[in-house]
Write a protein that binds this ligand. Sequence first.
Ligand SMILES: NC(=O)c1ccc[n+]([C@@H]2O[C@H](COP(=O)([O-])OP(=O)(O)OC[C@H]3O[C@@H](n4cnc5c(N)ncnc54)[C@H](OP(=O)(O)O)[C@@H]3O)[C@@H](O)[C@H]2O)c1
Length: 252
Amino acid sequence: MAGRALITGATAGIGNAFARALAERGHDLVVVARDTARLEQLAADLRATNGVEVEVLTADLTDPDGLARVVNAVTDSTRPVDLLVNNAGASLAGWFGSTDIADEDRQLDLLVRAPMHLMDAAIKAMSGRGHGQVVNVASVAAFTPRGAYSAHKAWLVNLSQWAHLHYADAGISVMALCPGFVRTEFHQRMGADISTVPRWMWLNADKVVATALEDLERGRPISVPSLRYKLLTALSRHLPAGLVAKIAKRGR
Ligand SMILES: NC(=O)c1ccc[n+]([C@@H]2O[C@H](COP(=O)([O-])OP(=O)(O)OC[C@H]3O[C@@H](n4cnc5c(N)ncnc54)[C@H](OP(=O)(O)O)[C@@H]3O)[C@@H](O)[C@H]2O)c1
């Protein structure tokens, strides 16, 4: 039984790849984002191609009413969600301290408050049923100090690691997905200059999701797709603090 999955940020990039991969595996879906037309198009494609049920839920996760509607979908016992993918995200172009604090608040809402509320709702609903899975899309940015974005992702990785241990006995798997650079709309949306990022550092969203789903089935607490990023993250844990600080000063 594939069960029902709720994916935030399903209109583009990694969330869109999750939606397509899970529909292919027979999961019914709830797809969440702000752009209703794109969500409806995705839902129509997945229904036609995979014969699965797809519910469209338009919500801005930085808006308390929008977030509450998604929480309700996660806790609806008549249509249980077996897999939550906390994926929606974005980044600001500037560094913390130079950006508008109102924009930083919205970032905190999107990258921390929204996944926290949805994970809380999912764990409570799934504990009652004795099974469930949560994927929190973080980033390799979580492993080096590089401004507010990496701090938000570090928070998500840390809570995921703890929840993975704490809720295992309740039948709930929690995993943090930590990709490196992935070709999506992310950098274009934030207006970043990506011309200096070497080609070898770019990952494909479908491959990232395929690895994530394998790691989730294996019960891993953290998924770092691709050998190159596994090596880089392992290295970054053992680098001298001075070198980490140098890296932190360069780009996001
Ligand atoms: N791309 C990378 O290199 C990379 C690397 C590591 C981690 N990540 C993480 O991966 C996740 C997905 O990013 P991506 O690269 O796939 O980015 P993307 O292509 O820009 O997609 C972002 C998705 O999030 C949705 N979204 C953004 N703000 C939202 C809001 N306020 N409320 C609801 N939905 C919202 C967008 O949909 P709408 O615009 O329709 O709302 C879109 O579906 C993020 O958490 C990001 O931090 C990305």
